[in-house]
Design a binder for this molecule. Structure first.
Ligand SMILES: Cc1cc2nc3c(=O)[nH]c(=O)nc-3n(C[C@H](O)[C@H](O)[C@H](O)COP(=O)(O)O)c2cc1C
Length: 225
């Protein structure tokens, strides 16, 4: 009986590995002429290098593993000065960040926010408002995929609500929301315990599934443009 179960497990694992290899080579065949595809991750916690940044990095690592042509960069907004949108563009750290989003190689985004009062952080809202110059005169981000990563300190702390709020904003930019790969149904939802996500296996799986899916979609879409 045990032997049967082991054999079944082995066949299931081998099947999954074969499927993953087929998917990767099919994706590569779809986009043979591509060079670099950049996926930018943005951590919108005021606390640099903390759980949100770590969760976004986990998603970026999975995106990078999809294909050798995918490059990733984490932009950690922790400690930076980013004011909300105002009629007179504020003179702050956004001026060094915004050009990265105009890079022609940009293939997708992973936005991370801590869950604050069942919503996105104020920093995330400021940052997203300040992307406004990317909407006019040209919709620079239109047609590019994005995924959202959230971390909360409570199991049902509003992570999915925060994801929906970020998705609602980026839909205004013509971006394509990505989720849908179990267990990251809407996006990546993580639980922080004592300022750590290291023990949250399921949450880390959602970050990896989301990053992988964003990488796959970015590769497919970049190959067709
Ligand atoms: C002002 C504030 C509000 C918060 N509200 C929530 C909340 O509604 N739900 C939740 O799960 N966690 C909430 N938290 C906890 C944070 O989401 C959690 O600690 C998260 O891991 C912080 O991200 P960071 O480590 O990247 O800073 C809140 C924290 C702060 C500071």
């Amino acid at each position: 009986m045990n032997e049967q179960i082991n054999r079944r497990n082995f066949l299931a694992t081998a099947g999954t590995a074969a499927l993953a290899a087929t998917t990767t080579s099919a994706l590569a065949a779809e986009s043979p002429g591509l060079n670099v595809i950049k996926i930018l991750g943005v951590s919108c916690s005021p606390r640099k290098g903390m759980t949100t940044a770590k969760a976004v990095q986990a998603a970026l690592d999975a995106a990078k593993a999809v294909d050798a042509r995918i490059q990733t960069e984490l932009i950690d907004l922790g400690g930076l000065n980013i004011a909300p949108w105002s009629p007179q563009p504020p003179d702050d750290d956004m001026k060094t960040i915004l050009p990265k989003f105009r890079d022609p190689a940009l293939g997708g985004l992973i936005i991370g926010t801590p869950c604050y009062f069942r919503s996105l952080s104020g920093l995330a809202k400021c940052f997203l408002e300040r992307l406004a110059p990317l909407r006019e005169p040209q919709m620079v981000l239109a047609g590019k995929p994005f995924g959202v990563v959230t971390v909360g300190a409570f199991r049902h702390g509003g992570q999915e609500l925060a994801i929906e709020q970020v998705q609602a904003i980026l839909l205004c930019f013509g971006m394509i929301p990505v989720g849908g790969h179990a267990p990251a149904f809407q996006g990546a939802t993580l639980l922080s315990a004592n300022d750590s996500i290291a023990q949250d296996d399921l949450g880390l799986k959602t970050a990896a599934a989301l990053g992988k899916h964003v990488g796959e979609v970015a590769l497919r879409l970049a190959g067709r443009s």
